[in-house]
Design a protein around this ligand. Structure first.
Ligand code: HPA
Ligand SMILES: [Zn+2]
Length: 346
């Protein structure tokens, strides 16, 4: 579409909701809602350190990434069986389908589970079974990305890769998450090189709390195809130019950034600046059960707080398809659906 149809401001919320979009930065363990957490805790005889759903939710007041991660890893301890992993992923995918997510690339953190004695096969079977069901029953295109925890050693990441290789056909790529500061991408150079040889897609969290140099080394040392978060790139104008020229996508997570105090208020978020500088920025939910909203709530919150209009909505949805690891035919189809949605709102 060369010229976008004119869309009234008051129709923007409905447009954001209805437009097809891809979600490229969602940690499946971060979609575990307190209600399901309590059900699984009961099912598995696991004690939670909170007496109720309300008390647990009240504990979701974070001051930085680490204060969130401590609670997030504790919450994941209720996941034990294949059925648990299936139920968690299915709940997310049902929600995603309702929000007109046509493509989801879903992170999982196997080390959080294997360290507790849960087998890699259990984790992968549960998650990939739910994804298969979502493709069939919901028509959502979806795939898994295995994330290495960067606070653990590269040796541990290599062992995790080894354990996952029997299930090579169940995930399309690898990522790098957990505590960013003090754990630069270089720490994982060899394991990412091995993943590259294996033909896996590569992504990494960088520039969320960590400095712009981590974004550079994710690109130059790990050879990632996308940067997760990346919002601190604006501190380095040459890096911003490079990201724009090379069309390196950033999977931005606005509600997450506010909850983890990367920005103090949504009004201060730099999403608009990133788009204005020609970056392939996308909007994502990160850990929706912890950060107060799924994908559409992330869109609504940004558009309420920032000077963004229908042109930005188009860019963000279009970028999400461009940045995805889906095939070209699917991307074309989603772009057509996007154009049709915009026509409906004209
Ligand atoms: O936002 C995040 N950053 C790093 N690690 C994570 N693991 C879940 N969410 C995040
Ligand atoms: Zn993340």
């Amino acid at each position: 579409m060369t010229t976008l149809p004119r869309i009234d401001r008051d129709r923007l919320p409905a447009l954001l909701e209805a437009m097809p979009k891809a979600e490229l930065h969602i940690h499946i363990e971060g979609s575990l809602e307190p209600e399901l957490m309590f059900r699984l805790a009961e099912r598995n005889g696991v004690a939670l350190p909170y007496p109720s759903v309300e008390a647990l939710r009240a504990a979701y007041a974070f001051k930085d990434l680490q204060s969130f991660l401590d609670i997030y890893y504790a919450g994941a301890s209720v996941l034990r069986t294949e059925q648990d992993f299936h139920d968690m992923a299915w709940a997310y995918l049902v929600k995603a389908a309702q929000e007109h997510v046509v493509r989801a690339e879903i992170f999982f953190d196997p080390q959080t589970h294997t360290a507790r004695g849960v087998e890699m096969g259990t984790v992968v079977a549960g998650l990939s079974g739910a994804l298969e069901r979502a493709r069939r029953e919901l028509g959502v295109s979806c795939d898994l990305i295995l994330c290495f925890l960067r606070h653990l050693s590269e040796e541990d990441a290599f062992q995790t890769l080894e354990q996952a290789l029997p299930y090579r056909d169940r995930f399309i790529g690898v990522g790098l998450d957990s505590s960013e500061r003090g754990h630069p991408p270089e720490k994982f150079a060899r394991v990412f090189a091995r993943c590259r040889e294996l033909g896996l897609h590569l992504v990494a969290h960088a520039g969320e709390e960590g400095p712009p140099e981590y974004i550079r080394s994710a690109l130059d040392v790990l050879h990632v195809e996308r940067i997760d978060h990346g919002v601190r790139c604006v501190e380095d104008p040459a890096l911003v130019r490079r990201l724009a020229e090379q069309r390196v996508p950033l999977t931005v997570c606005p509600l997450s950034n506010v909850k983890l105090c990367v920005f103090s208020r949504m009004e201060d978020h730099n999403l608009g600046q990133l788009l204005a500088r020609g970056l392939v920025a996308t909007v994502n939910s990160d850990d929706p059960a912890y950060f107060g909203g799924y994908l559409n709530q992330n869109f609504q919150a940004c558009f309420e707080a920032l000077p963004l209009d229908a042109t930005h909505a188009w860019q963000l949805a279009s970028h999400s398809f461009e940045a995805s690891f889906a095939d070209a035919a699917d991307k074309r189809r989603w772009h057509e659906r996007l154009a049709e949605t915009f026509e409906q709102f004209a």
